[in-house]
Ligand binder design. Structure first.
Ligand code: GTP
Ligand code: MG
Length: 192
């Protein structure tokens, strides 16, 4: 995996000739950290404690067959409102207008479950007919009891979305849970 480029406008996107998967989710949910964990590279995608770290659409090449795309977070971000609006608009245009996007992974913090902003993105993906799969992050931060509660909530919220895959992937970038499953899922998309 290598970093290709950061994109700030649709015109900057690379040619859509590869299987592309993207990582979407609220600010601070762990998108950049998950990409680093998946690829075994500590600082490939810039991660940080500050919500709003990723402000561009960041493209990574996975071999010659795939693009991995790290998106800016939605929801709270530590940046001026005008800047946030600009990148939110780009995010929405990207999610609904990228022909080679095979699957969007919608990341949800295992401690918080699906929030109204996640529902908005999911509705947008439904309308654009982009298949999406929910990935729970930071499972190392919850106990077995809350795990069951959040799983039930997430399954319940996903059910009405026609573009949602029912299978959830539970991950911890910290402990490595779910990384093999996610890698296999991405690899299988390329083979279709
Ligand atoms: P934006 O780019 O701002 O949208 O955020 P992001 O979704 O890319 O989040 P990022 O990967 O920067 O991670 C945010 C914080 O969560 C960082 O402090 C990470 O170390 C932490 N984090 C991410 N994944 C995990 C995880 O699996 N377990 C734990 N314990 N912490 C995590
Ligand atoms: Mg990020």
């Amino acid at each position: 995996v290598d970093f290709l480029k950061g994109v700030v406008a649709m015109s900057g996107l690379p040619p859509d000739d590869r299987a592309e998967v993207c990582f979407a989710g609220r600010s601070n949910v762990g998108k950049s950290t998950l990409i680093n964990a998946l690829t075994g590279r500590k600082a490939l995608a810039r991660a940080s404690n500050t919500p709003g770290r990723t402000q561009e659409i960041n493209y990574f090449t996975l071999g010659k067959s795939h693009y991995l795309v790290d998106l800016p977070g939605y929801g709270y971000a530590n940046a001026p409102l005008a800047v946030v609006r600009k990148w939110q608009a780009l995010l929405k245009t990207y999610l609904s207008g990228r022909a080679s996007l095979r699957r969007a992974f919608v990341l949800v913090d295992a401690r918080h479950g699906i929030k109204p902003v996640d529902e908005e993105i999911m509705a947008l993906l439904d309308r654009a007919a982009v298949p999406f799969q929910c990935v729970l992050t930071k499972t190392d931060k919850i106990g077995a009891g809350s795990r069951d509660t959040v799983l039930a909530q997430v399954r319940d919220r996903l059910a009405p979305h026609p573009a949602a895959y029912p299978e959830l992937i539970l991950t911890s970038s910290e402990k490595g849970e779910g990384l093999a499953t996610l890698r296999a899922t991405i690899a299988a998309l390329g083979a279709e």
